[in-house]
Design a protein around this ligand. Structure first.
Ligand SMILES: Cc1cc2nc3c(=O)[nH]c(=O)nc-3n(C[C@H](O)[C@H](O)[C@H](O)COP(=O)(O)OP(=O)(O)OC[C@H]3O[C@@H](n4cnc5c(N)ncnc54)[C@H](O)[C@@H]3O)c2cc1C
Length: 704
């Protein structure tokens, strides 16, 4: 069998178009209001459902579809239907990371070790993600996700970042949008109702102390006009938070615009969060043009990277960092599969020195560009760029890809024409003009502390997808999408078992009236509040502070002042309120206030980590005059960036953070959860626990 055609030249354009440019379903079911409550003269619609999912990205949709297929009537609540990271983000090959099903298969224990290799990840979660990846991707295939197969039915694989084995696969640049499409079509088939245009404002709880439980959500909605503030509530004993990552937390961010998530809401509800110090940062095009990840072939074709100043003067700045043209070009190439910034790779002329060099340029006020029409310019005194003078691994890759054409754009056309098509759709023609880019925040590895079933610290409240703190300090490319699918399924299974035990659970919290009054008071104070803080100023202040002091380069001495700045902003918000000019921006007001709290929490966790002797790990380089090695460059060491080394003991623990309005932020540590010996699980011994539902324990402590 000969099936080794490359994508370029042999695949009709219509097939390529279908992978990049396709609509998402719009015709969803609408939920019915259960009752209308009267509070202080306001009519407030209340919905009821056995389970509610906040967010309809790939994770939320998976949770909802899995719930409905298990017979649980679920309601989806979302800010904007099919808006979010899954629907609108991507990369040259957007990656899904699952156990390898081709050739000689995989080893789940090995995969779990690889997922948690950077530390700060629980062993049970890593194993659950490894094993669960098979169901995750089989389910998607069954629903029609076009995962590429070979002629024997095995899914095609490749190697991605933090992946020694080759567990990655992809449907092209828009894998996650295709996942949303497949899952949304299923949600429509199943008749799952969507409450669209609705923003999570607060978690409803019932009970107190040990018996405190989730009871639903307070929302601001534009779906009806029963009251001027769009206040409504969903009552449900099972709440799945799947509202994605905090894209609006950083100025330098490659998330689509208007992605907030709900970590601030989770903090306000007193949920435990973990690993808030862990993120992913890497190169991408900016949100002001078209936010897109620049890994894979975009850099493997070795475009010219340069910067310009305000007068348009051009700088071949990478040549100040690398010693030879060959070293410079080979490291641009390596960013293809070493995409996330990693402190270790910024030392000894590694590939993350590219990111650090970009950081230095942008801090000089320059704009950094990728030019696909020019090859890298030479390092002064060295020979010009040549495909014959590359590191052997780079040369071999380009030869195998048959990509030895004269210019980067020709090589890109050969290796991945979809990559060019994608930018063309956003009116950026890579063949005609260079594109501006920078190093951006792309993913939050930390989030809501969950157990191996996706259960948060609040009984009845679950989290799946990027909002869940399931990842450790590093994560292989594609494991974010996998984790969202696995935990979407896990929490659905647990909720089904929970409802089977308590079939009549219809919780109306005693505190509903008080929660609605609190929300009404918040609206009355902030909507039309001329003395309040302007939303744009709040956004700019948070984002600048986070990018400048809590980004991939972190000067530890500046963190305490940044934390104090974040605290002070929250005090100002509490004192003066926000200036929400009209009803159209109520949702933004809610989310900016939640983001202000989250930014304080992230800085609080960072400050705690640094005081605890934490050093560079994952995607963040901690710099200090007391640091060790300084990154070397052709022009000498960068003494301002002396690197604090990682403290390896921190790999075995997680930082937890909780917030309470009276006591503020509380930080603590816990050791990582382990896992039973999976080799001692046998059919006859363990079948009973499956049949009785004992594998879905009620008591959270039994899994810790
Ligand atoms: C440029 C880029 C490239 C990436 N590439 C990869 C990759 O190759 N592989 C990989 O595994 N991961 C990748 N990621 C990460 C991955 O895409 C995300 O982690 C994942 O899509 C998140 O899915 P989610 O369902 O958790 O959230 P989302 O897809 O963001 O969905 C969140 C949903 O919640 C709704 N929502 C948000 N806030 C609220 C609120 N307060 N109230 C009500 N509703 C709300 C939104 O409208 C949306 O429906 C990439 C991310 C980016 C930005």
């Amino acid at each position: 069998m000969n099936n080794d055609d490359t994508v370029s030249g042999t695949v009709p354009q219509s097939i390529l178009d279908a992978l990049t440019d396709f609509p998402l379903p719009r015709d969803v079911a609408i939920p019915s209001v259960g009752e209308i409550l009267e509070v202080d003269g306001f009519r407030i619609p209340v919905y009821r459902a056995p389970a509610v999912v906040l967010g309809c990205g790939a994770a939320g949709l998976r949770a909802a579809v899995e719930l409905k297929r298990r017979g649980v009537d679920v309601l989806i609540v979302t800010r904007r239907m099919f808006w979010g990271t899954s629907a609108f983000s991507g990369a040259d090959k957007m990656t899904l990371h699952t156990a390898c099903t081709s050739d000689r298969g995989d080893d789940f224990r090995e995969m779990a070790r690889a997922l948690s290799a950077g530390g700060a990840m629980d062993a049970d979660v890593a194993y659950v993600e490894a094993v669960g990846s098979i169901d995750a991707f089989s389910g998607l295939k069954y629903l029609g996700l076009p995962l590429p197969e070979d002629a024997y039915g095995a899914v095609l694989r490749y190697q991605t970042d933090h992946d020694e084995y080759g567990r990655a696969t992809s449907c092209g640049p828009r894998t996650s949008r295709l996942m949303v499409k497949a899952l949304a079509e299923e949600a429509v088939r199943l008749g799952i109702p969507f409450l669209d245009q609705s923003t999570g404002m607060a978690l409803l709880k019932s009970g107190a102390g040990e018996s405190e439980k989730a009871a639903g959500l307070i929302l601001h909605t534009r779906a009806h006009h029963e009251n001027p503030y769009g206040l409504c509530a969903v009552l449900s004993p099972n709440v799945v938070l799947a509202s994605g990552g905090p894209g609006e937390l950083y100025r330098d961010s490659v998330y689509p615009k208007n992605c907030f998530g709900s970590l601030g809401m989770a903090l306000e509800a007193g949920l435990a969060l973990n690993n808030l110090t862990e993120h992913q940062f890497g190169i991408g095009t900016r949100r002001s043009e078209f936010p897109w990840n620049l890994s894979g072939t975009y850099v493997q074709v070795m475009p010219y990277v340069y910067s310009t100043d305000a007068d348009g003067r051009e700088y071949n700045f990478l040549a100040d960092h690398y010693r030879t043209t060959r070293e410079l070009a080979s490291n641009i190439f390596r960013k293809g599969y070493q995409w996330p910034f990693h402190a270790e790779r910024a030392l000894d002329y590694g590939s993350s020195l590219v990111d650090l060099a970009i950081y230095r340029e942008t801090h000089r006020g320059r704009t950094v560009w990728l030019d696909f029409n020019r090859n890298p310019r030479p390092v002064p005194g060295d020979l010009p760029f040549s495909l014959d003078r590359l590191d052997p691994d780079v040369r071999a890759y380009m030869e195998n890809a048959q990509a030895l054409q004269e210019t980067p754009i020709e090589r890109l056309r050969r290796m991945n024409p979809l990559a060019i098509e994608l930018y063309r759709q956003y009116k950026m023609d890579l063949a005609r003009a260079p594109i501006p880019f920078n190093v951006n925040h792309q993913h939050m590895n930390g989030g809501i502390e969950v157990d191996a079933h996706g259960r948060s610290s609040l009984d009845g409240c679950y989290a799946a997808g990027e909002i869940a703190g399931t990842h450790g300090a590093t994560r292989p490319g594609g494991s974010a999408l996998n984790a969202g699918q696995v935990f979407g399924r896990r929490c659905a299974a647990h909720i089904q078992a929970r409802l089977a035990r308590h079939p009549d659970e219809r919780r109306t919290p005693e505190s509903l009236d008080a929660a609605l009054r609190r929300a009404l008071a918040w609206f009355a104070r902030n909507v039309g509040n001329e003395d309040g803080l302007a939303l744009d100023e709040v956004a700019n202040e948070i984002q600048a502070r986070m990018s400048d002091h809590a980004g991939f380069v972190c000067h530890v001495d500046a963190v305490p002042a940044a934390l104090e700045g974040a605290r002070e902003l929250n005090r100002r918000i509490a004192g003066r309120g926000l200036r929400i000019p009209d009803h159209k921006r109520i949702d933004e007001g809610i989310l900016r206030a939640q983001t202000a709290l989250l930014s304080e929490a992230v800085l609080h966790a960072l400050d705690y980590y640094i005081r605890d002797g934490g050093g560079s790990r994952g995607a963040r380089m901690y710099c200090s005059a007391q640091g060790g090695q300084a990154p070397a460059t052709r022009l000498g060491p960068l003494d301002d960036f002396r690197v604090l080394p990682e403290n390896l003991a921190h790999r075995r623990e997680k930082i937890l953070l909780r917030y309470h309005p009276d006591t503020g932020m509380q930080t603590s540590k816990r050791p990582l959860r382990g896992i039973d010996d999976t080799g001692k699980i046998y059919f006859e011994k363990n079948w009973g626990a499956y049949l009785t539902g004992a594998i879905y324990p009620e008591d959270r402590r039994t899994t810790e």
